[in-house]
Design a protein. Structure first.
Length: 542
């Protein structure tokens, strides 16, 4: 069994003087910008002026069986690297002021130490492969050779110190900064027996709620386990993470993929859940990434209605996928990932359409977007992945609690309230399809999702502040209708009585029907909404 984690209270300067430290090669590079560095230097200055101790938080290290001389930095890289750069800048300015003994003391105590095995001086702090060349230059006193955030940090530190000690006679102020780091900058240190345990400690101690933290934890864990499969793991992770512009989107995908096999999990508990799911060892790390990469392909297709994956189907899923996009449906994504990973693509695509119907109904009934929907779809996803749910009926039984009946849906539809233009286009188009099938199956309708089709406010939007009922209901579905953009240009803010002739020219039957009304009143709006609600149950069947 692994040794228990050791906790201790220490001073920041001692961490660099008493230990050899390194950043794992797969960990993020140094990323503090000028404002971060200046804030840190300002905090230190304020604490010195008040003669107060400065608590810098928790530093998490991990022992390294392959390099027992150095401890690995799991949390604290930015702070330790910046402190190392600050000490280098102090050394260099002392040398410039010809304070040779003081500069040499700082170099030997904090920056470089003598290694008996290699019989040479080595940097006490080792960074990842991207940062190390720059840090080596700084350690050797050639700060200007390479441009990077580290060299920028060095320059910020040097600028700060030149203001603090503008002449050689002020050199004791530089020494005071060193003494502060040694005596008054306090840290809580946790030393874990290995990297996986250190990442758990990191997550537990750092309640930051940042998605990037979760992504970094997973990356670090996978890389720490990769060993013989390191090249594959590194390449696969780079490919997967590079598919997402924002770190929170990457974490969201990872969470959906995990839920597709294991049921709902919160972002806060995601890392440890995945760690348990993967287990240990290089083979398990590789298998996890292979599975994650396969899911990424499906995930991309689910978010892109025109993706090539849908070309092989003999039916259209585009409207359903646009519903996901326009309503922001995400709670059901684990279920869809499970279906495409377990069932044949055609069967899974049929479920996709059905889930879109259920989600629209749940949206109107206020049953989607919260933990109840996530749990229902997560349970169904786990059942599909395990083979327990074999078809649509099995899945429907598992998510039945969030699907409103026809009567509930109709009532919710009638009283829903304001609808955004993008959602209204989809809703009216699906209702139009039902109306068209009933009245004239041969009718050819314009592509509702194109820019050529727009939303027309029957009672003009410019009258939204009107005191009557129409003004307050101007953005409700009953007051909205589809209209070809070239017709809509002619309407502007005309009164209803002047719009009828234009509405009659539209290819959309629901729009033509509005023209049959002589006047547009609150009662007429409510009547139209009831008519649309009666079509809704057919537009989104269960």
């Amino acid at each position: 069994m692994a040794d228990a984690t050791q906790f201790d209270h220490d001073r920041l300067g001692h961490l660099l003087s008493d230990r050899l430290l390194r950043v794992p090669r797969f960990q993020r590079s140094y990323s503090w910008d000028k404002s971060n560095v200046e804030e840190y230097l300002s905090d230190l200055k304020s604490a010195r002026e008040r003669d107060n101790p400065y608590f810098m938080g928790t530093i998490v290290f991990a022992e390294d069986a392959e390099d027992p001389e150095r401890q690995q930095i799991v949390d604290g890289q930015q702070r330790l690297a910046t402190t190392g750069v600050l000490l280098i800048a102090i050394r260099d300015l002392l040398s410039e002021y010809e304070k040779v003994l003081q500069a040499s003391h700082i170099d030997e105590r904090y920056i470089r130490g003598y290694d008996l095995l290699s019989e040479e001086y080595v940097a006490r702090l080792a960074l990842n492969p991207d940062d190390q060349p720059v840090y080596d230059c700084l350690v050797e006193g050639s700060a200007g050779e390479l441009a990077s955030p580290l060299s920028d940090a060095y320059q910020s530190c040097l600028d700060h110190l030149r203001i603090l000690a503008s002449t050689a006679s002020d050199y004791r102020r530089l020494v005071a900064v060193t003494q502060q780091l040694d005596n008054n900058v306090q840290v809580l240190v946790a030393v874990a027996s290995d990297l996986p345990e250190a990442y758990v400690i990191f997550e537990t101690l750092n309640d930051r709620g940042a998605d990037l933290t979760t992504a970094d934890l997973l990356k670090n864990y996978l890389f720490s386990q990769a060993k013989a499969h390191f090249q594959y793991v590194e390449r696969a992770w780079t490919s997967i993470s590079g598919s997402f512009e924002k770190s929170e989107d990457l974490v969201k995908f990872i969470r959906h993929e995990h839920a597709s096999r294991n049921g709902r999990v919160t972002t806060r508990k995601l890392y440890r859940a995945i760690q348990r799911d993967i287990g240990t060892g290089a083979v398990n790390a590789r298998k996890y990434l292979e599975r994650l990469d396969a899911s990424r392909m499906v995930y991309a297709a689910l978010r892109e209605p025109d993706h090539a994956q849908w070309n092989s189907l003999d039916f259209d899923v585009r409207d359903a996928l646009l519903a996901y996009r326009r309503f922001g449906f995400e709670s059901s994504l684990p279920l869809l990932l499970a279906a495409f990973a377990t069932w044949d693509p055609r069967k899974a695509a049929r479920l996709l359409i059905k889930v879109a119907n259920w989600s629209v109904r749940a949206q109107f009934a206020g049953r989607i977007g919260g933990s109840v929907a996530e749990e229902a779809f997560g349970d169904a996803a786990r059942a599909v992945s395990s083979g327990f749910a074999k078809n649509q009926d099995d899945v429907k039984d598992l998510v039945a609690r969030i699907i409103p009946s026809d009567a509930e849906f109709r009532q919710a539809f009638e009283g829903y309230g304001n609808v955004s233009v993008t959602r209204a286009k989809y809703l009216l188009a699906m209702l139009e399809n039902v109306r068209s099938a009933k009245k004239d199956a041969a009718a050819s309708l314009p592509d509702w999702s194109s820019k050529a089709v727009t939303i027309e406010h029957i009672f003009a939007k410019s009258n939204k502040s009107s005191a009557d009922d129409l003004g307050s209901n101007v953005d409700e579905i009953g007051n909205l209708t589809l209209l070809e953009r070239n017709f809509n240009r002619d309407l502007e803010n005309k009164p209803f009585e002047e719009k009828g002739d234009i509405y009659k020219k539209s290819k959309f039957g629901l729009t033509q029907e509005v023209a049959d009304m002589e006047v547009w009143t609150p009662d007429g709006l409510r009547k139209r909404t009831r008519g649309l609600a009666s079509l809704a149950c057919e537009a989104w069947p269960t």
